[in-house]
Design a protein around this ligand. Structure first.
Ligand code: APR
Length: 329
């Protein structure tokens, strides 16, 4: 009766009876959404961490108080002390600044680069065995920065981008066709931003290619809307950016890791020659399980998508070079 904190299949590692621990670094809009979805799925106990006093504690208490109604037993705590993330199995990083009016792209890159470099040292110190899921933008460059600063093997550092972009594309296809979103599957590669590479050739509705269901101009419009998906939400919200779908995407990745689900998801992963690219993080299909990126899947993507992927990689490399010039890498 009541909510039990004893070992159950959910929120525990079956073999050892250990409860999983998930640290959310950054308790802003996205971080709190990640925590909420993780609690709803009872993935484990959650530690919300932020530099703002009271903020993670308040959100953690609020989420705890929702537990009796929503029926979850995850323990959610808030802290300003990185030591409290000790022993985390998964660390989700959403800390950083959003781009504000008047702030240049380079400003954002350097400010968030500094934040990610700083907190990576804390993660390496307190949660050295964790799988780190990066969410802070610019995503692919920040994931690379974390990878370099953490000193973890590349499989244990992964970025959340394609999961979100493909969810958006799935929603747009479903809306266009009036079918259930559950029937739509798609794949979006490349960097997280205008240069992403949505793949209509790998987009299906219950196994039917969308090329058989929609005229090319409608497919093109969906691809374009997917590329601008983040901006569409920003324009509507006027202040701040999306957080429900980003939070859900990161939580889905956390679940695949903690429950060793081996979901095949587009994620930003460290490339070592796949797609003829190396030494950068970029969105590719990966099999995500207990060790993080278990495998990178190389698809036959055709000449246009290949060129678009390489263009996307160039943009990420530019960001990495800028951080190097600033001495942050
Ligand atoms: N350690 C912990 N938290 C930090 C740090 C740090 N070093 N630096 C900043 N933060 C916190 C801020 O105090 C803030 O609470 O990160 C939080 C960011 O939250 P929001 O401003 O609400 O931003 P959010 O909408 O959650 O987006 C976070 O995710 O999707 C991306 O582009 C988005 O990069 C942005 C990130």
């Amino acid at each position: 009766m009541g909510t039990s904190t004893s070992s159950t299949a959910q929120g525990t590692e079956m073999a050892t009876g250990k409860r999983f621990k998930i640290a959310c670094i950054g308790a802003g809009n996205v971080g709190a959404s990640v925590a909420q979805y993780c609690a709803e799925m009872e993935l484990g106990d959650i530690v919300l961490t932020d530099i703002v006093e009271g903020l993670p504690h308040g959100k953690a208490l609020d989420l705890t108080e929702a537990g009796p109604i929503r029926g979850y037993g995850s323990i959610v705590t808030g802290t300003n002390d990185y030591a409290d993330i000790a022993g985390s199995d998964v660390v989700v990083v959403t800390a950083g600044l959003p781009r504000k009016p008047g702030m240049s792209r380079l400003d954002l890159l350097s400010r968030n680069g500094e934040i990610i470099a700083g907190l990576s040292a804390e993660i390496a110190k307190h949660a050295p065995d964790s799988v780190v899921i990066m969410v802070t933008n610019p995503l692919d460059v920040m994931t690379y920065t974390a990878f370099k600063k953490l000193g973890f093997p590349p499989n244990r550092v992964v970025g959340m981008a394609g999961c979100l972009d493909s969810a958006r594309m799935r929603a747009f296809v479903a809306m266009e066709l009036g079918v259930s979103m559950k029937n739509v599957d798609t794949m979006v590669l490349g960097s997280h931003g205008d240069d992403m590479v949505p793949l209509p050739g790998y987009t299906t509705v219950s196994g039917i290619p969308i090329t058989a269901l929609l005229p090319q101009d409608r497919i093109d419009a969906i691809v374009e809307r997917t590329r601008k998906g983040g901006g569409e939400i920003v324009a509507l919200l006027k202040s701040g950016s999306a957080y429900y779908a980003p939070g859900a995407s990161a939580a889905r990745m956390a679940r695949s890791v903690l429950r060793n689900e081996n979901q095949l998801l587009p994620c930003s992963a460290y490339l070592t020659g796949q797609y003829d690219l190396e030494d950068l993080y970029l969105g590719v299909p990966v099999r995500l399980g207990r060790d993080g990126v278990q495998e990178i899947v190389e698809l036959a993507i055709g000449d246009d998508a290949y060129a678009a992927l390489h263009h996307s990689a160039d943009e990420v490399r530019t960001g990495i070079d800028e951080l190097r010039k600033l001495g942050l890498l």
